[in-house]
Design a binder for this molecule. Structure first.
Ligand code: SF4
Ligand code: SF4
Length: 111
């Protein structure tokens, strides 16, 4: 992650603004299962344009060691698996960071 300043977390249910707090304190199922991540923050967190992005959606080949040409197909699949676009579902307040969490794939992801 870079030193850019990120937006403040919106209330749960509001449009995701890419604050990144959810993935900084809790791993999603894909991070655990596909990336073998064992601690937060998630290694697939990317910062750009003043917000956080899920690298697994943005450029999966970088994290999955797959051919870059497959990103156009894999990215949308990851996005769908994470239900991105449905609003912030991170708790208010956020949970305390934990080493590993197998949260549901459809839960608490950047949306
Ligand atoms: S949504 Fe993306 S950045 Fe967030 S924990 Fe999952 S894989 Fe990592
Ligand atoms: S889903 Fe995550 S990145 Fe999006 S606003 Fe909520 S806490 Fe921030």
């Amino acid at each position: 992650m870079g030193p850019e300043e990120l937006p403040r977390k919106p209330r749960q249910g509001e449009t995701c603004n890419g604050c990144g707090l959810c993935c900084a304190v809790e791993l999603c199922g894909l991070a655990v299962e596909l990336l073998g991540a064992g601690s937060v923050p998630c290694p697939a967190m990317e910062i750009g344009g003043g917000r956080f992005w899920c690298g697994l959606v943005r450029r999966p080949s970088r994290y999955l060691d797959t051919p870059p040409i497959g990103d156009r197909a894999l990215g949308p699949l990851m996005r769908m698996a994470l239900s991105i676009g449905e609003g912030c579902d991170a708790d208010d307040p956020l949970p305390v960071p934990r080493p590993v969490s197998r949260r549901d794939r459809s839960a608490r992801t950047p949306r």
